[in-house]
Design a protein around this ligand. Structure first.
Ligand code: ZN
Length: 321
């Protein structure tokens, strides 16, 4: 959070969407006033999911680059000089925060960045955050689980903050950003309902999944699913042999059967667990920390959440005795 230079109070964040909704209804559509070839705002987003949201809110007025590209792992990312240059030229930098992008403050310093840096998790409130458990091996990892976007209600907070950040950087485009954010928020609300409806078909006792790292804590809490994982909230620290053995015993004890490989994680651990439990990993990968490099199956946040939910619920239902 060291590089954070600009903030909006939580009270403002809370009421903007309702205000924006009324405003969007009252205002006829306006032209952007900027040729589509010349973006009004240059944005750098720390990773692909944030970049998608900036595109949804910014539309043609905004040019956005993701530092960690689709398919990349932000936990172990190392910025290249060309990316420091991009940051140096940006009008706004969006990051998620909560220790997810541990490399960000040094990158902003290297780039001698003087513009706005908006940490999107700010304002979420302590009750919305999940404390991460220590792994007991002295590995440095975030004290809070940073994967907040796995709960769609937190995505609504992020999109709201992105609209505010773009409005500050480009007041002339503000009406458009608010309209786009309001429309996208309706899609997020629909997505949240779809995920709840999909899990409602699965008996609570069967909602158990095994995956690579603890990236689904917010999804678990929001949608009532139990996730077991050999690796902690960061992919940086290796799972210990005892940790894997403990997990294998837990899987057998709890009767969890749906086993998944994540797109950003090494499949080796899940293959080992498959061998030791006799379970077969799902052919579908889960997308936790990055979108897919191709449009399918998870080219956008909405697609990612639908893909994960379909893959998870189908696997769990298929494993029922
Ligand atoms: Zn992660």
């Amino acid at each position: 959070m060291a590089g954070f230079k600009w903030r909006i109070g939580p009270a403002v964040v809370g009421c903007v969407l309702s205000w924006a909704f009324g405003h969007a209804l009252a205002q006829p559509a306006q032209t952007a006033g900027v040729a589509s070839s010349t973006p009004a705002v240059r944005v750098v987003a720390s990773f692909s999911i944030l970049a998608d949201w900036v595109r949804q809110v910014g539309g043609t007025r905004v040019e956005v680059d993701a530092l960690v590209a689709p398919g990349g792992d932000a936990h172990v990312f190392q910025p290249k000089p060309v990316q420091a240059k991009k940051v140096g030229q940006a009008d706004v930098v969006f990051s998620s925060g909560l220790g997810f992008e541990g490399w960000m403050s040094r990158l902003l310093k290297t780039a001698a960045y003087k513009g706005r840096h908006v940490v999107l998790a700010q304002g979420l409130g302590d009750q919305a955050l999940i404390r991460a458990e220590a792994d007991g091996h002295g590995h440095a990892h975030p004290a809070t689980d940073p994967h907040v976007w796995q709960d769609v209600r937190n995505a609504q907070h992020y999109v709201n903050r992105i609209a505010l950040g773009l409005c500050e950087a480009d007041p002339a485009g503000c009406d458009q950003y608010r309209r786009n954010a309001t429309q996208y928020d309706l899609q997020l609300q629909a997505l949240d309902s779809q995920i709840r409806a999909a899990w409602a078909r699965v008996p609570a006792a069967d909602r158990k999944v095994i995956t690579s790292h603890e990236a689904f804590g917010y999804y678990a809490q929001a949608y009532g699913v139990r996730f077991l994982a050999p690796q902690g909230v960061s992919t940086e620290s290796e799972a210990s042999a005892q940790g894997v053995a403990r997990l294998v015993r837990q899987i057998k004890r709890e009767g969890a059967k749906a086993l998944f490989v994540e797109s950003v994680s090494n499949p080796r651990l899940i293959e080992q667990i498959a061998r030791e439990t006799g379970l077969k990993a799902s052919p579908h990968r889960l997308f936790s920390d990055a979108l897919s490099p191709t449009p399918e199956p998870a080219g956008t946040y909405l697609q990612m959440m639908r893909h994960n939910t379909d893959a998870l619920t189908q696997a769990v239902l298929a494993q029922r005795p």
